[in-house]
Design a protein around this ligand. Structure first.
Ligand code: PLP
Length: 413
């Protein structure tokens, strides 16, 4: 994402030095060009029914861009639903998933007439029927099925095995159909699944497609006219050279061989695939030290800014912003948080760095800012969107004093 012109780092046609001049580290930068290209390439291969998984990056500017690129939104909370509506998505381009939707969440979605509410339990189907009856409305629903497939990803982001909390077991189809036959206000028009995130195993996708096609056919044979088959997201991206490569063309081949010319309208819900590679996290070295022979660079971004390394053992590549002709050293890059797990990467080789130098952490457009927190009472990171030679701050965090003021001390203290 960063290109060096005469040793000066650029994102698109914008010099990073200009951004650093006005934006305090740590901050995320996204490239509009990279997002646009990735969305267009994905649509070209998988078709127009792409619903951006808002959980991966829910900044209003990013959502507005996704909407302008003419894809839909896949949301997993009422907050994400509100964000998507306020960014301009028309309700009929929004799908609402989620294993725990409250009565209030469902009522809001029903009132907004969104495209589809994907239900995740038989109890939830009954609840939606009651709410739809109360509002005297007919509501389109889908069911998220659990195809019992191990996508081969790490357990923390696996969602498609039958013991995972997501979806309704495929063996329950007859029970779903029986229940729906008594739900006069519901139109069951879709099925969906999502077997997990960061999945490179094409065989797992192939098996999922086969299970989902069988499930759609079974619903049809039981008299339910399934129109939409949503095959989830989870497409893998290469975070570092050791990561396997995932080719969307391979997925498309399996898709065609499974669904061929079937009548179902197929859709997908990628998040990471569309935006991870379009983002970097820029951070400044605020201390250097050696402990027990380990050469630490302490940076101002921490696990509160980007939690993926601490939470998922993710390995993001890190590079210096300024090219220096000096000898390399082996470094462990750590954040300032008071936790031993606040380490971004161990034992990487970088040209000698000193306090004040700037590093950038690659492929952080997805599950970066959205998962950030004020842990240790630190500020959230800012966000910047670059478009050619233009850039704009798209998120400016509260001053820490404002966060502190939001606590309420009761009168008896
Ligand atoms: N759809 C659902 C229901 C999800 O839970 C997720 C994320 O886990 C996604 C889509 C997007 O996944 P990814 O960002 O890996 O494409």
């Amino acid at each position: 994402m960063i290109k060096f012109k005469n040793e000066i780092p650029f994102v698109e046609d914008t010099s990073l030095n200009n951004i650093i001049g006005v934006c305090e580290t740590p901050f995320y930068i996204y490239s509009q060009e990279i997002i646009t290209k990735k969305v267009e390439m994905t649509k070209k291969i998988l078709g127009d029914n792409i619903f951006f998984s808002v959980k991966s990056n829910s900044n209003q500017a990013i959502l507005k861009l996704m909407n302008l690129l003419n894809i839909g939104a896949d949301v997993v909370s009422i907050g994400e639903l509100k964000r998507s509506l306020s960014a301009g998505f028309s309700p009929n381009k929004i799908i609402f998933e989620g294993v725990g939707k409250s009565k209030e969440d469902l009522m809001y979605a029903i009132q907004k007439n969104i495209r589809l509410i994907n239900t995740e339990s038989l109890e939830e189907i009954k609840l939606i029927q009651n709410l739809a009856l109360e509002k005297n409305k007919n509501v389109n629903i889908g069911v998220r099925l659990n195809p019992n497939i191990d996508g081969g990803t790490i357990s923390k982001i696996s969602t498609g095995k039958k013991t995972d909390k997501f979806g309704i077991e495929i063996t329950e189809i007859e029970n779903i159909v029986n229940l729906i036959s008594n739900c006069n206000n519901l139109n069951l028009i879709g099925i969906s699944c999502h077997i997990g995130s960061q999945i490179s195993n094409i065989e797992a996708y192939k098996n999922t497609f086969i299970e989902m096609k069988k499930a759609a056919d079974k619903f049809t044979s039981l008299g339910i006219n399934i129109k939409h088959v949503d095959l989830g997201g989870g497409f893998h991206i290469q975070y570092n050279k050791a990561d396997p490569k995932f080719k969307i063309e391979d997925l498309k081949r399996e898709l065609d061989s499974c669904f061929g010319s079937s009548i179902y309208e197929l859709s997908f819900e990628p998040g990471r695939y569309l935006i991870a590679e379009a983002g970097i996290l820029v951070t400044r070295i605020i201390n250097t030290k050696q402990n027990g022979g380990v050469n630490y660079l302490i940076v101002d971004a921490g696990m509160n800014t980007l939690i993926r390394p601490a939470m998922y053992n993710a390995h993001h590549e890190i590079e210096p912003l300024i090219k220096k002709n000096v000898n390399s050293e082996t470094y462990t890059v750590a954040g300032p948080i008071c936790e031993s797990s606040d380490i971004f990467v161990k034992n990487i080789s970088l040209p000698k760095q000193i306090m004040g130098d700037i590093l950038f952490i690659k492929n952080t457009g997805a599950y970066g800012k959205v998962m950030s927190s004020t842990y240790n009472t630190r500020s959230l990171p800012s966000e910047v969107l670059v478009n050619k030679d233009n850039f704009a701050m798209i998120y400016i965090p509260n001053k820490i004093e404002k966060d502190i003021e939001e606590d309420i001390i009761p009168s008896w203290l």
